[in-house]
Design a protein around this ligand. Sequence first.
Ligand SMILES: NC(=O)c1ccc[n+]([C@@H]2O[C@H](COP(=O)([O-])OP(=O)(O)OC[C@H]3O[C@@H](n4cnc5c(N)ncnc54)[C@H](OP(=O)(O)O)[C@@H]3O)[C@@H](O)[C@H]2O)c1
Length: 247
Amino acid sequence: MADADKTQFNLIIGAGSGIAGALITALASEEPDSGLLLVSRKPVDLPESASVPVHQFRCDYSEAGIAQLGQDLSPWYGRIRLVVISTGILHNDSIKPEKRAEDLNMNNMLEVLRINTVIPTLFLMKLLPALRGEQPCRVFTLSARVGSIADNHKGGWTSYRASKAALNMVIKTAAVEYARRAPNVKLIAFHPGTVDTALSKPFQRSVPEGKLFKPDFVANRLLTIAADLPIDGDASYLDWAGKSIVW
Ligand SMILES: NC(=O)c1ccc[n+]([C@@H]2O[C@H](COP(=O)([O-])OP(=O)(O)OC[C@H]3O[C@@H](n4cnc5c(N)ncnc54)[C@H](OP(=O)(O)O)[C@@H]3O)[C@@H](O)[C@H]2O)c1
């Protein structure tokens, strides 16, 4: 479907993630008047029923690649109503969340910080020109409750916790500049709960009954929260229920 001049768009970054996949499905069916801009390292499968305008962008998440994406989005400047930044890692073949001091490894920690903190930071900074203007826009960056400094009573997962705490600080800091330069934007650090995706798979056994969410439930929660959230010039740190988390 071709873009009408006034079509608004939802921009999903890290569109290959489990949570992003559910968001894409929900947006394609529940917001038929908005198009989708999808950013990922690889092509993203679309729901068969999708009849909204969709534009896919490949990005390697390098600094140059993210800057280029900011420019490639110029046809949609001022028309983006929702941004979700979903990149994040908890484990891979060589990285495991640390349980004790001896588990810490510098290269692994730097890789977690790169993916969970630096990449979303670059997107937040490079997207600012795209989000200036009259169009109200909510920007959700996928954080986690374990990034709360005040709420850390259990310890462990040093790199993941640190990466999300640093991400939260980036969001708080960026909100000050956005309030001045792109005042119709609201920035949110979002905790989706524990969601049944590849990221949480090895850790699901310890999740209490009823607390492992399906991605489509979380996608719908995020969209419901986005619809009601006032644009107030400050960052919010919210969970899936819409409740504030202490920074
Ligand atoms: N699942 C949970 O229980 C849970 C809980 C709290 C917070 N979160 C947060 O929610 C977000 C999405 O999580 P998810 O559960 O949907 O995870 P997921 O399915 O594992 O998706 C991972 C995401 O991270 C990106 N990514 C993975 N490895 C990467 C690498 N080496 N370099 C650059 N990017 C990489 C992927 O981007 P591509 O699109 O390019 O593949 C994808 O967007 C994450 O930030 C996560 O920390 C999840």
